[in-house]
Ligand binder design. Structure first.
Ligand SMILES: [Zn+2]
Length: 407
């Protein structure tokens, strides 16, 4: 297994060289380096005993076949695209671990086909839209999405064609999920929890939901010298008061995170009382009820503050992303495998989105997180500890054996 672990880490190093910008890692949906990536990944998949195909959404899929052609399918995978100036492991590692598992099980009789998917896009950089690859697999990549254009005016449909794929045959991309047993994803945590508890891996029970609200306080601009404090309708002070409420409130609710990430003042002059403050709220939690209640509580406080200060509160846009729950059965199986492999089965909620979120709509899912040193990701200094990757490999192999024995 040591040699497979070394291969997995070496694969990540090789893929880091397939980039749009020399000197840093940038690999977006169906870009030129994605061709080199597919060539590398395809050769490694074949070496692991898999048959390989690329679907029309640009996903590369390796299959370790069962002798039974009618067998169901167990899937793993993650994304092969990156953010601009990325690290080596986000997404990539999950695909390479899948290949490593196949390599270890090559020749073992399987009661299911084992598919390892390298998704074409998860980060959403090129089309300002995430999850293109997994949406395709899940049958949720609609014509309105294919019509989107990138910064150079190239539609997604044309990008697919330019890559040498058939954009008129998108109906071949989705799986028949009646034949799929489930999907598991191995991914770096991208956060500090596992490291702080000195753990190699963790089991993901679900992915946080998110409330995204853009709002504004409208007050009255005025002279910073002549308007007495008692006569002001200072829009910024409204935001400050809301922030003062929000931080202790979020800390008081286990697992809740709330952020004001953007603020724009008008007129934005150093000697002017701010007349208007446009700002954002980003609120996340792993439980939908808690998330909804927290969102309402914070917005209610904003409304009270507006009333107290003679400001007008405007809710400009309000979007929400629902909480995703991983499958309890598959998650228990993963937890049992983690424990049987000699590791602590720590369960946690993912604060970031993943391909698993898309697949959860169509098939049972679970995820295994791998410790992120420093909690650092989406950064060139993103790293992994080889022993942790070894743990994930061992757990992945054991998970497949467990699923195989169950059938
Ligand atoms: Zn990722």
């Amino acid at each position: 297994m040591q040699s497979i672990l070394e291969d997995v880490l070496k694969y990540c190093d090789v893929l880091a060289t397939h980039t749009e910008q020399p000197g840093l890692i940038r690999r977006t949906f169906l870009s030129e380096p994605m061709k080199q990536t597919h060539a590398s990944v395809s050769s490694w998949m074949k070496e692991a005993g898999m048959t390989v195909r690329v679907d029309n959404a640009g996903n590369i899929i390796g299959r370790l076949e069962s002798k039974n052609p009618n067998a169901k399918i167990l899937m793993t995978g993650s994304h092969l695209d990156s953010v601009p100036d990325a690290g080596k492991y986000d997404g990539i590692l999950g695909v390479m671990l899948g290949i490593g598992i196949a390599k270890a099980l090559k020749g073992t009789p399987l009661n299911f086909h084992f598919d390892v998917i390298g998704f074409s896009d998860e980060e959403g950089v090129r089309y300002s839209m995430p999850y293109i690859g997994s949406l395709g697999i899940a049958g949720r990549l609609g014509p309105e999405m294919l019509a989107r254009v990138d910064a150079n005016g190239i539609s997604m449909k044309d990008a697919i064609k330019n890559f040498g794929l058939n954009s008129d045959a998108m109906d071949q991309v989705p799986y028949d999920f009646s034949k799929v047993l489930g999907f598991f994803e191995m991914h770096i945590e991208q956060g500090p929890v596992l490291e702080s508890e000195n753990l190699e891996v963790g089991i993901v029970t679900g992915l946080v939901g998110q409330s995204r609200v853009k709002l504004a306080f409208h007050g009255m601009a005025g002279h910073a010298g002549t308007v007495p404090m008692t006569h002001r309708k200072d829009a910024f002070m409204g935001v400050a008061q809301l922030a003062e409420f929000m931080e202790p409130y979020a800390r008081s609710v286990e697992g809740l995170v709330a952020t004001i990430g953007m603020i724009e003042l008008k007129p934005n002059g150093s000697n002017v009382v701010p007349g208007e403050a446009f700002f954002s709220l980003d609120i996340r939690h792993g439980d939908q009820t808690v998330l909804d209640q927290a969102t309402e509580r914070i917005l209610a406080r904003a409304s009270e503050i507006a009333a107290e200060r003679g400001l007008k509160l405007e809710i400009r846009t309000r979007e929400k992303q629902a909480v995703v729950r991983c499958d309890p059965g598959l998650t228990d199986a993963m937890a049992a495998t983690v424990e049987a492999s000699g590791y602590k089965p720590r369960r946690l909620v993912s604060g970031a989105g993943h391909d698993t979120a898309t697949l959860s709509h169509v098939t049972p899912t679970t995820m295994l997180f791998i410790r992120s040193p420093g909690g650092i990701s989406h950064n060139p200094i993103e790293s992994v500890i080889p022993e942790d990757v070894g743990a994930a490999l061992k757990i992945g192999i054991a998970f497949l054996k467990r699923m195989n024995d169950k059938l």
